[in-house]
Each structure stands twice: as C-alpha cells, then as structure tokens.
Design a protein. Structure first.
Length: 277
C-alpha cells in the first residue's frame, strides 16, 4: 500500500481505519452484503467496522481479529492494519487517549483498561442449583411426613380387616407410648350437647368406619362404611341396635340423652349398643 496510508495521523484512529476499509472495499467493487457473506459476519458489523464504532462488539481481542481478517480479505498490508489497531487498542491493555473521538462517541475501547469480568451466568447456575436442592429436600420431608401419618392411620383400621384410607389427618393426635395403650381401649367421651331432636338417634362418626343400624323390627337401616366426620340421624324406629366399627372419638345420643360409648365397647375399637329403649 502507499506510504501515504501508513503515515496518516489522526486523532480518531478507529474512524481512520474504518475509512481505509471502506475505501478499499469500494475500490474492489464489493458491497457490504457481499463482504458480510464472505466473512460470515452480519452487515451491521461490517458497517460498524467501517464507521469505527465498536460499542456493540465483543471483547477487544475479538475485534482485533475481525479487523485483521477484514483487512486481509481486502488485500490491505498487515502492518498498516496493525499500526491502526495498536493506536486503537494497544496490546498493553490501555488504549491511547483520543479526546476528539471521545467527544464524538465513535470509539468504545479507548481510555479503558481491558479486563475479563467474572461471568455472571455462573451466579445463575448456582442459584438454580440451590433452588433445586431446596425443592428436593422439601419433597423428601413431605414424603416422610406422609408415610408417618399413613402408618398411624392404618393402625386404627375399621371393623374386621377394613382399612381406613383417606382419613382426615387433622383428627389424628399423637400421644406418648405409655398412654397410647390405655387410650386405644377407651373411646373419647361424647360431647354433652349432641343436638338430637326428641325421639331421634344421632350418631357422629369421627373416623372412617363400618356402621350398622337396625330398627325395632330388625331391619337394617344402614350397613356400610361411612366417611370420617360424618353425621347420621334416625327417627321413628326405636329402639335401635347400633354397631360402630371404630368407636374411638364417636358420639351418640338419643333425644336429650347422651350415650357413653365407653360403656358399650366390645373390643378395643368397636362398640355395640341399644338406643331408645
């Protein structure tokens, strides 16, 4: 290339190199699109190189490589391109000062120290890993709690071999082991206020259980497994014969009379009694 190109001095070396590239490209009859396609770069990047504006470019080491490749593609002397690059972004990492370029905002790298910042995406990966570990621990704890509750519920299975799934765990109380044996043998006392009408049998079943109710003729009014916390009322068929598979926590009353199920236990779980005699 001519000595005139090598010896030009400008306060804006990036703009000078861009003009040099543009002039050489036009002299070869190439469009920006053709150059972008050959170099596998975008047209906007080529325009930025020729304008001396590197604000949207990656780190300076890549910009130097792109500009050298562009210069070789246009058959520019490597020494000419290198002399411009050394003024734009010196190899020492501190770029030369160019007051005019600063005022125009044409350069992005001048008067700055190049330094590799710690990648912020690493913090994102660490955060995702911490969240995943927390969710895993929470799920494991929840599963362990569900297993304990299921074991406690199955211990109070209904009449015969009838299991008691889907029990409302809010009704399960934890008692010391020594007190558990005595508590299992006695149903909880029924509340004094039963709400039964005159001549009416009222049954409140706390746990899922088999319930059998017969009227005075021996007819079965009910013979099935009833859900936990269910309420059943019967009238006009006294006296009644009642059998409750899991009587613990249940309540029974006939009219204003409360029936103490603890006096009618047939085993540790079940109760049978007559009401309305």
């Amino acid at each position: 290339m001519s000595e005139n190109m090598e010896n030009q001095v400008s306060a804006n070396p990036a703009g000078e190199l861009g003009r040099l590239l543009r002039t050489q490209r036009e002299s070869k009859g190439l469009s920006i699109g053709e150059v972008a396609e050959r170099l596998k770069l975008s047209a906007k990047q080529i325009e930025a190189f020729e304008a001396g504006n590197y604000e949207s470019m990656p780190e300076s080491v890549f910009v130097r490589g792109f500009l050298r490749t562009y210069g070789r593609f246009l058959d520019l002397d490597d020494s000419v391109v290198s002399s411009h690059l050394d003024r734009i972004m010196p190899a020492s990492g501190v770029r030369s000062r160019a007051p005019e370029a600063d005022r125009q905002g044409g350069l992005n790298f001048q008067n700055q120290k190049t330094g590799r910042q710690f990648p912020t995406w690493i913090f994102g990966l660490l955060l995702i890993a911490a969240i995943g570990a927390g969710v895993y621990a929470w799920q494991g704890k929840s599963q362990e709690e569900n297993n304990r509750q299921t074991t406690a519920i199955e211990a109070g299975a209904g009449l015969g071999q009838v299991a008691a799934p889907n029990i409302d765990t809010a009704n399960v109380s934890v008692v010391p082991m020594q007190a558990a044996a005595s508590a299992a043998s006695q149903p909880e006392e029924a509340a004094a206020d039963t709400g039964a009408a005159a001549g009416e049998l009222l049954l409140k079943i706390r746990y899922r259980s088999m319930l059998v109710v017969k009227d005075k003729t021996g007819k079965e009014l009910l013979h099935r497994i009833v859900p936990a916390n269910s309420e059943h009322r019967f009238s006009g068929g006294a006296p009644y014969q009642v059998s409750i598979g899991i009587a613990r926590g249940a309540q029974a009353a006939y009219g204003s009379q409360t029936i103490n199920l603890a006096d009618h236990m047939t085993d540790k779980k079940s109760a049978s009694f007559s009401a309305g005699n």
